[in-house]
Design a protein around this ligand. Structure first.
Ligand SMILES: *Cc1c(COP(=O)(O)O)cnc(C)c1O
Length: 405
């Protein structure tokens, strides 16, 4: 059965917005405040009863900016969400959502394999500063998830594809558990835009670090929250909203730049995916310990295949386990400094290849035991495969570097 939802088409439908002079791109609204035409209108505008569509106007840029709004609308459309909102970073999007739902004594149940910053937020920052406790579970162990949810958590949190272990979360099964306990399922879809559509599987909130694939150029830090209109309104509430009051606002110029990247996100994702599959297949034939969900040997290959939108492949990330951190460093050094294969840098989704050793970088917030539990070996190298250069030449570079390790 083919899926009815087409995220690329949905986003194209939502983009349409002429620029001020009929430009094919929207204009950038660079004003932080907006003119109230007569003073008597101010009270109603301030109370949110007289917006631009009701004969009033926009109020203030932290609350609402039309350029940021269009960007949010595009990403929301891609996820099939009612509403979306741009934030200053992916992490601020995550923090705002969790604070809104759980701040002051609430509980989170979360996957134990997370982006390092999110892990530190949940493990250290939120208990210390906001009295929010998180129970970490193996997100693939549905019984353990259900057991943990019995503590009254109001958020179940996961990434679609765990970082850096690339295991797949069964979103529809998790949504069922979350809803049974009256909780929200919050999903970080940063690794798999277009590939997975978590809201179609029952997720309540989808978060993106737009810093990664959505940007594609490693030039902006940004995030997006996709959810119901009512939850966005809650986040934007003048008295109680986390976005409104903590203020992680997206800059309209960033929103504009991202709006020019999203139309070719589909083309980029297909290319990242096909190159990652090519490279992972070659590496496996070459006897390397490679993990990529597109390989039939991957433990979640069937699950990934069942829930993905078929056109976009299996994503741009794979890992090679070099066993020791010394060999991992040697491989990365050769690839960067001898072969010009890519860059030793954290982050992902760039048009060139980025590689890092999670144990020493993005997952270093986790203790050695926690890393071990999450399956992060000290020699694990994560690759975010770029889309530049000839793929055959890239494979030659990789092969030569491995032969010297
Ligand atoms: C990078 C990243 C984040 C944090 O996003 P920022 O834009 O850097 O704040 C969150 N989740 C995942 C999966 C990421 O890769």
């Amino acid at each position: 059965m083919t899926k009815a939802f087409d995220p690329h088409q949905a986003m194209a439908d939502a983009r349409h917005e002429f620029g001020e002079h009929g430009g094919v791109n929207m204009s950038i609204e660079a004003s932080t405040t907006f003119t109230v035409m007569t003073p008597d209108l101010m009270p109603e505008i301030f109370a949110g009863q007289l917006g631009p569509n009701e004969g009033g106007c926009y109020l203030y840029g932290r609350h609402f900016n039309p350029t940021v709004f269009v960007l949010g609308r595009m990403v929301a459309a891609m996820e099939g969400a009612e509403a979306g909102y741009g934030t200053a970073s992916g992490l601020s999007a995550i923090a705002a959502v969790i604070m809104q739902k759980c701040g002051g004594g609430g509980k989170v149940v979360s996957s134990n394999t997370l982006y390092g910053g999110t892990y530190a937020l949940f493990e250290k920052y939120l208990p210390k500063n906001c009295n929010v406790e998180t129970s970490f579970v193996d997100i693939q162990d549905l019984e353990a998830v259900e057991k943990a949810m019995q503590n009254g958590a109001s958020v179940l949190y996961t990434e679609t594809l765990s970082n850096p272990t690339l295991l797949t979360a069964d979103i529809s099964a998790l949504a069922e558990i979350a809803h049974k306990y009256d909780a929200m399922l919050v999903v970080d879809n940063t690794f798999t835009p277009l590939i997975f559509s978590p809201m179609q599987e029952g997720a309540d909130v989808v978060i993106h670090s737009a810093t990664k694939f959505l940007s594609g150029a490693s030039d902006v830090i940004a995030g997006v929250i996709c959810c119901s209109k009512s939850f966005i309104e809650e986040l934007m509430d003048l008295h109680l909203g986390s976005l409104m009051l903590l203020g992680p606002t997206m800059d309209p110029i960033v929103a504009f730049r991202l709006s020019l990247r999203l139309p070719h996100l589909a083309a980029r994702m297909k290319e990242h995916s096909s190159r990652a599959l090519f490279m992972a297949t070659k590496l496996q034939e070459f006897g390397q310990d490679v993990v990529y969900p597109g390989l039939p040997e991957h433990p979640d290959h069937a699950l990934f295949n069942r829930i993905r939108n078929k056109e976009y492949g299996f994503g741009g990330l794979f890992t090679i386990d070099m066993k020791t951190s010394e060999r991992a460093d040697r491989l990365m050094n050769l690839l960067q400094n001898e072969q010009q294969f890519g860059y030793i840098a954290v982050s992902l989704g760039y048009f060139d290849t980025l590689m890092s050793c999670p144990g020493a970088s993005t997952s270093s917030e986790m203790s050695e035991e926690a890393q071990d539990r999450a399956g992060i070996s000290p020699g694990l190298v994560r690759f975010s495969i770029g889309i530049t250069g000839s793929i055959e030449e890239r494979w030659n570079q990789m092969k030569q570097a491995i032969e010297q390790c």
